[in-house]
Design a binder for this molecule. Structure first.
Ligand code: NAP
Ligand code: GDD
Length: 337
């Protein structure tokens, strides 16, 4: 049985899961990550934590899936976590229009499944665990900015509808059973570990590769929407702070500054000394049946109660991502000789 504090993370192989695992390990936690079975290796973001000479002895991986109640119960039983971070899910909004039922299954129904697994765990003598649910600014949909905890949800995608369902499940279980459950309502957060089919990484990767001659064009969808983009490393700190409070609650996490896709393009291509207008095409296949046009968060509750504020501004974030993608592209060129 663990003696230090123990945490369970679903979605540990994702962008946020990898930063959160690093944060918790640095605080001395024993970290149990749930990994879903894949036909190809899916652990590249966390390999530095569990492989080779630098493997962290407090880091454990377990196969499981949010669609599988048995695996959730087993990991709870084995890990006896003090804190649970539910970051797993189908995280791509555009894809949720292609896979609406699956998205509801793993982003919505799975949260109910997890909460029931937690109740089962407690009934059978398991340790009481605090629970973080990865909610999203997408839930606000077309509600006017700035959005905060009191703003009405007006979801615009199967992804957002599923996240709204999960949000209410968490509130309902908190009120019904007195469990320590928190919803984080996080606005877009990015990093060099961002998936390559989200717009920020798609742009920074293309800017770097076009600069170094590995690619020539970039094709995008709608360039007008505005997003409130922050750094993922800052946002996992907020998740942890939520679970350290005396009472469970829900918090918006955002920078309070929004920019359009055009604004992101301006900065990313300027970082490599290019004008994006010469390289970018648009294609309707990247459009969404319904779009979220403008989101900008008001995180004053998190600032006042959690003492949280972002450390990285928009320009530094874009520059960091472009520099990281330049380094990856240079490595590719060196490797290919
Ligand atoms: P991500 O990089 O796409 O990671 C998603 C994680 O979920 C991956 O580890 C993935 O595993 C796992 N996963 C997918 N389906 C699963 C299933 N059926 N069972 C178990 N695990 C499953 O996403 P992220 O950016 O880190 O976001 C983390 C969470 O925060 C997501 O729930 C997302 O919806 C939410 N969120 C993100 C943002 C943001 O801007 N990043 C903002 C608000 C909310 P594989 O590696 O095998 O694919
Ligand atoms: N992905 C993508 N690809 N988006 C594009 C493209 C493109 O080629 N061209 C334009 N966009 C626009 C989308 O239409 C959207 O308005 C905006 O860029 C951002 O898209 P994404 O980067 O895919 O992120 P998202 O805002 O839809 O969703 C992300 O943030 C949410 C928080 O608000 C994801 O991380 C979600 O999981 C998260 O909940």
């Amino acid at each position: 049985m663990p003696t230090s504090r123990s945490a369970m993370i679903t979605g540990v192989t994702g962008q946020d899961g990898s930063y959160l695992a690093e944060l918790l390990l640095s605080k001395g936690y024993q970290v149990h990550g749930m990994v879903r079975r894949s036909s190809a290796f899916n652990t590249s973001r966390i390999d530095h934590l569990h492989m080779g000479g630098k493997a962290n002895p407090n880091f454990f991986l377990h196969y499981g899936d949010l669609a599988d109640a048995g695996s959730l119960r087993d990991i709870l039983d084995l890990a006896q976590p003090d804190e649970i971070y539910n970051l797993g899910g189908q995280s791509h909004v555009r894809v949720s229009f292609d896979q609406p039922e699956y998205t509801m299954e793993v982003n919505g129904t799975a949260v109910l499944r997890f909460l029931e697994a937690l109740r089962f765990h407690l009934k059978h003598g398991g340790k009481a665990a605090r629970f973080y649910q990865a909610g999203s600014s997408e839930m606000f949909g077309r509600a006017k900015p700035p959005q905060n905890e009191g703003t009405r949800f007006e979801p615009r995608s199967p992804y957002a509808v599923a996240k709204v369902a999960a949000h209410h499940e968490v509130v309902n279980y908190r009120e019904s059973y007195g469990l320590f459950l928190c919803n984080g309502i996080l606005f877009n957060h990015e990093s060099p570990r961002r998936g390559e089919n989200f717009v920020t990484r798609k742009i920074t990767r293309a800017a770097a590769r076009i600069k170094l001659g590995l690619e020539h064009r970039l094709t995008l969808g709608n360039l007008e929407p505005r997003r409130d983009w922050g750094f993922a490393g800052d946002y996992v700190e907020a998740m942890w702070r939520m679970l350290q409070q005396e009472e469970p609650d829900d918090y918006v996490i955002a920078t309070g500054v929004s920019n359009s896709i055009r604004g992101f393009l301006d900065l990313a291509f300027a970082t490599v000394g290019l004008d994006w207008h010469e390289f970018v095409d648009t294609d309707p296949r990247f459009l969404r049946p319904s779009e979220v046009d403008d989101i900008e968060g008001d995180a004053s509750k998190a600032r006042d109660l959690l003492g949280w504020k972002p450390t990285m501004d928009f320009a530094s974030l874009v520059e960091m991502m472009v520099e990281a993608d330049l380094e990856l592209a240079r490595t590719e060129i060196r490797t290919e000789g």
